[in-house]
Design a protein around this ligand. Structure first.
Ligand SMILES: *[C@@H]1O[C@H](CO)[C@@H](O)[C@H](O)[C@H]1NC(C)=O
Length: 487
């Protein structure tokens, strides 16, 4: 049913009469019936206990991360009908605190368009989603990407805008045009969208609108000059401490030593932005924001002056051991960003401490000592950095082995997942502690103030066992963590 209020909002926002899409609501009922039925068949062995994951089926990018009527909302790229990628829907969860998440009905289902990534804003108490509608076409390159809108006045039921698409041109005619991230600044809506040059260099486009419907191209705020990937996906653009951060996920950067070892990357450029010239002047090179094996497609939102980040806890073209269990893919834990010493740092949001139920260990973790966790745990360790540190983390019945190491010879933190190594130099900004989060099939390591972070999926058999293989005892606190997402 359309409320009078919604009707008035639509008239003023969109200047046209909105009609309810009957097809969309029937399709959502069908999806929800399917999910309810399939959930019973999920094998729970790797189900995460405090990370958002799909109820069944496949998840990739986070979408529409926003705050609406006192709750955080997170949407995600979702294919319910298989544990691999398929025509994209938007799944939906909400939370009062960024830790306890509730499953909501699927928000968008594909009709003529697949519902690719996008973002959410709130205007006059209406939530507006802007997303990429991806169509399959008969002519080269056999796809078309344009930007669509959908609305909700309750944050649960979404209606696609009748006038879609609202933005369908790139300045160079490139068909790669996706992942709109919208924000408001002084009376205008701005959006950054990922694209590329005609000779395959990634770039980010900036547009502006007075009403979310009529868009004007402003500038190219970032572009690879070569060597920085053929496509820049999932751009985000925001201010911290007076600087602008262009965060994005470039595809196709070649590995260089320890860097860029994943299929695709996610990182940022720090610079200055001028709202009169629409020019972004970079003041740093591109830097990766997370050094783990499974991290892509970040999205941020700002609430109470805090810039919160979420990412897909996954990577393209890698195995998903949970896919045989009826699901695949997850989100990382939520992280608060800061800008310190020319670096974007990520710390777990404060509310993560609400998950602690029991202190399992506190004191000197001796050489060859073992801490036994359940399926989940948080471990804070501090050692003497003039000596090596080595934690062996694995399943009580084997499997899932990861070695986390501080190597004094090269002053690098190393995350070695069964021989597949990610490593990076660490110069502690202040704290010399590590904070490690273990869930049923994941590990996240935050070094110091979050200046070096690794996010890695890992699959133990049984409970987590952590052994101190360092040539030193470590100052340690270990907690058990509770479940905070639906089973
Ligand atoms: C994509 O479709 C829109 C209409 O929805 C059209 O205006 C646009 O030219 C198409 N783009 C490409 C690259 O074919």
């Amino acid at each position: 049913m359309i409320s009078i209020k919604t009707f008035v909002v639509f008239l003023s926002v969109v200047g046209t009469v909105y009609l309810k899409s009957v097809k969309q609501s029937d399709a959502i009922e069908e999806v929800e019936r399917y999910i309810a039925e399939k959930k019973a068949e999920i094998n729970p062995r790797y189900r995460l206990q405090y990370h958002v994951a799909p109820p069944v089926g496949w998840m990739n990018d986070p979408n529409g991360f926003s705050y609406f009527r006192g709750e955080y909302h997170l949407f995600y790229q979702f294919y319910p009908y298989d544990s691999q990628w398929g025509p994209m829907h938007w799944g939906h969860v909400s939370s009062p605190n960024l830790v306890d998440w509730k499953q909501l009905p699927t928000a968008l289902v594909p009709e003529e368009e697949m519902c690719f990534s996008g973002s959410a804003v709130v205007k006059d108490d209406t939530m507006i989603l802007m997303y990429t509608g991806r169509l399959t076409t008969d002519v080269e390159p056999f796809f078309n990407e344009t930007q669509y809108l959908a609305f909700s006045d309750d944050g649960v039921v979404f209606h696609k805008y009748e006038g879609n698409p609202v933005l369908s041109f790139t300045p160079n005619g490139s068909p790669d045009f996706r992942d709109p991230k919208v924000w408001k600044h002084e009376g205008y809506w701005y959006v950054v969208i990922g694209s590329k040059t005609l000779d395959e260099r990634g770039r980010v486009l900036l547009y502006r609108s007075p009403d979310m419907v009529n868009w004007e191209f402003l500038s190219i705020i970032g572009e690879s000059t070569g060597g920085m990937g053929y496509m820049w996906e999932c751009p985000d653009f925001f201010e911290i401490k007076g600087k602008h951060i262009l965060l994005m996920s470039p595809q196709g950067i070649e590995p260089q030593g320890d860097r860029y070892k994943n299929t695709h990357q996610t990182g940022y450029i720090i610079g200055s932005f001028n709202y009169e010239t629409y020019e972004f002047v970079p003041e740093s090179d591109f830097q990766e924001i997370d050094f783990g094996h499974d991290f892509y497609a970040t999205q941020t939102t700002e609430v109470d002056g805090k810039r919160i980040l979420i990412a897909w806890f996954g990577m393209w073209d890698v195995p998903y051991p949970e896919d045989v269990d009826g699901w695949a893919g997850a989100m990382t834990i939520f992280r608060e960003l800061d800008l310190v010493a020319n670096r974007v740092t990520m710390k777990p949001v404060e509310a993560m401490t609400d998950l602690r139920t029991e202190t399992l260990f506190e004191g000197e973790f001796s050489e060859d000592g073992i801490i036994e966790f359940g399926k989940t745990g948080e471990l804070i360790v501090k050692g003497d950095l003039s000596k090596n540190i080595e934690l062996e983390i694995k399943g009580s019945n084997g499997g899932g082995q990861v070695i986390v190491r501080w190597d004094t010879a090269v002053r690098k933190v190393v995350v070695d997942r069964e021989g597949d190594v990610r490593q990076v130099e660490w110069l502690p900004l202040k704290s010399e502690s590590w904070r490690i989060f273990l869930d049923s099939s994941s590990l996240e390591l935050f070094c110091g103030e979050g200046e070096v972070v690794f996010s890695t999926r890992v699959y133990p058999d049984g409970d987590w066992y952590v052994t101190n293989r360092s040539p030193q005892a470590l100052d340690t606190v270990a907690y058990k963590l509770r479940r905070s997402v639906p089973e």
